[in-house]
Design a protein around this ligand. Structure first.
Ligand code: B3K
Ligand code: ZN
Length: 881
């Protein structure tokens, strides 16, 4: 059997196969340049691709190029028609090629039919592309792998009146008019890049232009393209872009490299945004904002995502991934960079808390579920399934731990070395760690296990104080439970940042001038001894969440209250509040099941009272202190999850807090409810956040007063944050005004999909037992569009993720509802379907009855004749549990 035959055999295998990191081999061929010509038409776009190809392998092998949903019209080698090829299911095999040649491939594609939004597709009336991870193969046959770097030139041809703007990567080099009302623009990108960074956009837009002078004095043109009529919503994104460029120069010494940086906002997009070289394509959600239509959180989200995509220019684009298993090389690092950006510009503690909430509410569950994988996965069926919280958020935590171990200065030296060594190359996570280690002299050999080991480590802490010798001992035991992908676990290198508080709440000096110390926990069990400790201290552990672990220490209530009041690290103060809440949550679940009374003790209430009245704490931090563990997060606290009890107990505790602190919530609300001109600055954002939090607590127990406040707030507010804050309170408390204020909002905003997404989220998270029938009727709503991923995430996704108690209704209706939607979505947009399925595959310690119901729905999916590989991978892994 020839090699070609075996290739064909492989692709006609019935079930999708896993690819393994250990099977990585460099490509037999490289491509140094590719010249593309696009003749854009709705249903029949012609793509000409002329590549300069070189064989690098010693032996003469056929050339395999990936391709999907393409119609091949001709293939030429060195200008001559060539027929020695076979079309196979996932590409083309070309035989008997010379060692160096020009390959011309002409294909036709159908952008309108493309509802998967991968490759070239239409978003509204504009053409746009999404090529990461493996979308370029839907444009032409190509070596679509990240370690093949070529120089791209792109000529785009289209109707001039419909598509006055024709954009691609790099710099514009030519343009002109053609026959039949068509025109062309040509672009050249001087930086070699993998195909996943290719982009093309054609459309009619409003444009906001600006410029940025880099620190070496180069003038860069900035352009933001949005749908016509949206120019008034572009200012914040542009300001954020300029801040990003400046910040990357100052903190990382990294400068922009092309003459132009373009951002295009589109309405139909599978994720947040894409860092295509010089031509970012964004979900309009992360570009468009004005005070009337965007919340403070939207403003912050835009700043973070604009920053993230910009920072990819170095960490991702100039230095890219050797293979997709290395995704965290660019994503973990770039998330770390965008988190630092947001922290430097805003409140470090508040940003840290938000990131930790994401980990605890969602990433921990992912890491304990059927899709558990290390930040560098070892086997993958569908790459799009691995753009996960683990690769991104835990990946960022791993970078952050290196930052903690090395310190800022050495970390930056490591970054510098990384850039010097690998600029223009496709590299691995090992290469990154090697640069960090070489530049800093810090041994990271054991630390590297974070890249290959999945699961959330548990750290059990005990202590011993000896008053005679005045020594204090902290003993740490680490343990990682087996995960679906990996049974055996090894000890990890865990940095534990600690502070010790004395009886008066003062921090004890642990080294000259230092009140904290970073312990390196590297063994299964390890004890650290502190000398000259004159009284028994209270330990603050994992300051700033110095490692992505679950930790346990038997704190008394008084100790937690001390940390809440006195720790120097604001994160630790917040975390102590969470621990106190969690402690009583666990106790009350036990009490409920034993038929005993639930309690929230007075010491708890008093502790939180002093937080609420604090004049010195940042209002945003106060608000976070009152944002108690979510139902999703709460599940991580139990070995056996009782969905109903958690919902009941959590509700009881929040109501109890509302009742006991009612007057203070009212006072807090009124104190911060001063109307002034809207500014999305950090101080005002914090005040609005606390005010609306107070309103939501009032709405739980004093419906009459809340109803009044909500109605008044909506009538008088001048911004979306306050409008939505009021609606949220009406929703949480199911206030009498709810139906009216929701309808008014709908009437005001029904033409603006992005604004209506907020409304759909509220509808989907309504705490009412008939929420599902309500959601079903909203599929017919004038603003709903099943084909738009944002709408789907807002209605279907929000129900399954945020209304998790009702999603997990023991009658199985939530599971069935989600599955029905996934069946509709499977053939149309499998990538979005595969995101939405997440809560249905996470059985994580649920009861047998629910798991049975969930599995029945997964089996219904598995029986589909055309189940997409994206869903197949998740469904089969879940059913195997
Ligand atoms: N790199 C893209 C994500 C692509 C997702 C493909 N399924 C956005 C980002 O992380 O910046
Ligand atoms: Zn990214």
């Amino acid at each position: 059997m020839s090699q070609t035959d075996s290739l064909v055999e492989e692709v006609v295998e019935k079930n999708p196969q896993e690819k393994h990191l250990s099977d990585y081999r460099p490509s037999d061929y490289t491509i140094s340049t590719i010249d593309l010509v696009f003749d854009l038409f709705d249903e029949k776009t012609k793509v000409q691709a002329i590549s300069q190809v070189e064989r690098v392998s010693e032996s003469v092998t056929p050339l395999f190029l990936f391709g999907e949903a393409l119609t091949l019209t001709s293939l030429l080698v060195d200008g001559v028609n060539f027929t020695d090829y076979q079309l196979v299911e996932d590409g083309i095999v070309i035989n008997n090629l010379p060692a160096s040649f020009k390959l011309e491939i002409n294909t036709e594609i159908d952008p309108v039919k493309n509802q998967a939004f991968e490759g070239l597709y239409k978003s509204g009336s504009a053409f746009c592309t999404q090529c990461e991870a493996e979308g370029f193969r839907r444009i032409t046959y190509y070596l679509d792998r990240p370690d093949v770097l070529a120089k791209f030139s792109t000529k785009v041809i289209a109707d001039k009146s419909l598509y006055p703007f024709l954009l691609s990567n790099g710099n514009q080099v030519d343009q002109g008019d053609l026959e039949n009302g068509r025109h062309f623009v040509s672009w050249v990108d001087p930086f070699p890049k993998p195909a996943y960074l290719f982009a093309l956009v054609a459309g009619d837009f409003d444009v906001l232009e600006d410029n940025f002078v880099t620190k070496s004095g180069r003038d860069v043109k900035l352009a933001l393209f949005v749908d016509k009529g949206n120019l008034d919503k572009t200012q914040h994104a542009m300001v954020s872009l300029k801040k990003s460029m400046k910040w990357d120069e100052e903190r990382f010494n990294l400068e922009y490299d092309l003459d132009i940086y373009m951002v295009v906002a589109v309405d139909f997009f599978n994720m947040g945004a894409m860092e295509n070289k010089g031509l970012n394509i964004f979900n309009s959600k992360y570009v468009l904002a004005n005070p009337q239509s965007a919340t403070d959180q939207d403003y912050l989200g835009i700043e973070a995502v604009i920053g993230h995509e910009y920072f990819h220019n170095w960490t991702g684009n100039r230095i890219t991934c050797r293979d997709w298993f290395q995704l965290s090389l660019k994503e973990g690092l770039t998330v770390f960079r965008d988190q630092e950006f947001s922290s430097d510009l805003g409140s470090r503690s508040v940003n840290r808390i938000a990131n930790v909430m994401t980990l605890r509410d969602h990433q921990f569950a992912e890491d304990a579920g059927p899709m558990s994988h290390p930040i560098r996965p070892e086997s993958v069926m569908e790459m799009n399934n691995f753009y996960t919280l683990t690769v991104y958020e835990k990946g960022s935590e791993v970078i952050r731990m290196m930052h903690t171990l090395l310190g800022e200065e050495k970390f930056q030296q490591g970054m510098q070395l990384y850039v010097e060594r690998f600029d223009g190359q496709a590299v691995t996570c090992d290469d990154f760690v090697a640069a960090m280690q070489d530049a800093s002299g810090v041994d990271l050999s054991l630390f590297k296990r974070w890249y290959s080991q999945s699961g959330t480590p548990q750290v059990f802490v005990t202590d011993h104080y000896n008053s005679d010798s005045q020594t204090y001992q902290l003993t740490f035991k680490q343990k990682t439970l087996p995960t679906a992908n990996q049974k055996k676990k090894l000890p990890l290198h865990i940095p534990v940042d600690i502070e010790l508080l004395d009886v008066n709440g003062n921090s004890i000096e642990l080294a000259p001038g230092k009140t904290n110390r970073v312990l390196s926990l590297t063994q299964k069990e390890q004890t650290f001894v502190f000398e000259k400790i004159t009284t028994r201290p209270v330990p603050c552990l994992f300051r700033g969440f110095s490692a992505p672990v679950k930790y346990q220490y038997s704190y008394t209530d008084e100790q937690l209250l001390d940390i809440m009041s006195f720790a120097t690290d604001e994160f630790s103060r917040w975390d102590a509040g969470q621990s106190l809440f969690n402690k009583y949550l666990i106790q009350n679940v036990k009490a409920l099941n034993a038929g005993k009374e639930m309690t929230v003790p007075i010491i708890f209430i008093d502790g939180f009272k002093s937080i609420l009245v604090s004049e010195t704490l940042d209002p945003s931090l106060i608000s976070d202190m009152f944002t108690f563990t979510s139902e999703n997060g709460a599940r991580e606290l139990f070995d056996q999850v009782d969905v109903d009890a958690i919902n009941k107990v959590r509700g009881f505790m929040l109501n109890e807090i509302s009742t006991q602190l009612h007057e203070l919530f009212v006072d807090t609300y009124l104190r911060h409810n001063q109307l002034k001109a809207y500014q999305p600055d950090i101080d005002d954002i914090a005040k609005r956040k606390l005010k609306n939090l107070a309103l939501s607590f009032i709405a739980r127990v004093d419906k009459e007063l809340a109803d009044k406040y909500v109605t008044e707030q909506i009538a008088s507010c001048n911004n979306m944050t306050d409008h939505l804050g009021a609606l949220n309170a009406a929703n949480i408390g199911l206030l009498p005004c709810r139906a009216t204020v929701m309808q008014d909002f709908d009437d005001k905003w029904f033409e603006n999909g992005l604004v209506m997404d907020k409304w759909f989220v509220l509808q989907a998270s309504m705490p009412s037992d008939d929420v599902l029938s309500h959601i079903e009727s909203l599929f017919e709503h004038r603003s709903f569009d099943f084909n738009n991923p944002n709408r789907l995430r807002s209605l279907v996704g929000a129900f399954a993720q945020t209304n998790s108690y009702r999603f997990h209704n023991i009658d199985g209706s939530g599971y069935k509802f989600l599955t029905d939607q996934l069946i509709k979505l499977n053939s149309q947009n499998p990538q979005v379907a595969s995101r939405l399925i997440t809560p249905l595959i996470q059985f994580n310690r649920l009861d047998a009855a629910r798991i049975k119901l969930m599995k029945a729905e997964l089996n219904r999916l598995l029986a589909l004749p055309d189940l997409a590989v994206d869903l197949y991978e998740k469904v089969t892994k879940a059913l195997a549990q």
